[in-house]
Design a protein around this ligand. Sequence first.
Ligand code: WQD
Length: 323
Amino acid sequence: MTWLITGGAGYIGGHVVRHLLDAGERVAVLDDLSTGDAGRLPAEVPLVKGSTLDRAAVTAAIREHGVSGILHFAAKKQVGESVEQPFLYYRENMTGLQTVLEAAAAEGVRRFLFSSSASVYGMPDVDLVTESTPCAPMNPYGETKLAGEWLVRSAGRAYGIATASLRYFNVAGAGAPELADTGVFNLVPMVFQRITGGRAPMVFGDDYPTPDGTCVRDYIHIADVASAHVAAARRLAADPSGNTSLTLNIGRGEGVSVREMLALIGEVTGLDTTPGIAPRRPGDPARVVASAEAIRRELDWHARYDVTEMIASAWEGWRHHHR
Ligand code: WQD
């Protein structure tokens, strides 16, 4: 079968394309290249340059490539920007998703994977976040991911589409230097930017109720995120009924603090990561760590890479893009 990967020229989609190819699957990519980079795609992968908001373009891509499953990554993903521009986020993330789902249902596509996020949980007050921890997103970005999950599940039920929503925790690293994330929106690249510019990295708050006072997150290697998608895609492909509806965390189940990350970044890069302390960033939860039990049980999947491997591969990617 052929999978259509929307947003396949992006950081996460680009990695999933490689992993699906390595697993022997056929893929085609739909990407408007607004933030994606066609250079992430191997030459043999067909790229349809178009928007998920363009129903005719999505339909044409499905027909032209004989698509029978979709992995939907095309979306906006900056929390701060979503607060400033909620219309943009609802349009790109919700209307874009609905357009792809409508085309999929009309064309008889019977498998659909949705790129969700731990941001659906908001400020979870639990040690390990399970899939039944109440969802309470704190910003429009997280809202579009939660509402997106609802739409995916409802469309799946109404049209007999097997679906999976995968909630990523803090994704880091690169499967190959040229696939690295080029945005500077998350902890690891933000620290790289400061220390390579001769500035101290910043810790956003060191008075949290955590062991060292800094926020704790569940960092997960992008190659592990990609392998989880391959496992989920295969699971959906094996469902002839179209009844499958999965909602799963993708995490390691292990918390790492900002201070611990800085120490490891110092070891990997050989640069000084002694931080400056800034005030808390509004909306940052003290601790968000996944329970990785459900995905282990459902897909027999677990993470392979540790935090040092994430940082080392991210650092190679950073140097590749900043030569
Ligand atoms: C991690 C920790 C910061 C930079 C966000 C989204 C989430 C998901 C991933 C998906 C926090 C601290 C950061 C710095 C710091 N997005 N920090 N100094 O906020 O956990 O999650 O990205 O698409 O939905 O909310 O990730 O990498 O921004 O921050 O101290 O220079 O590092 O305060 O505790 P976050 P992050």
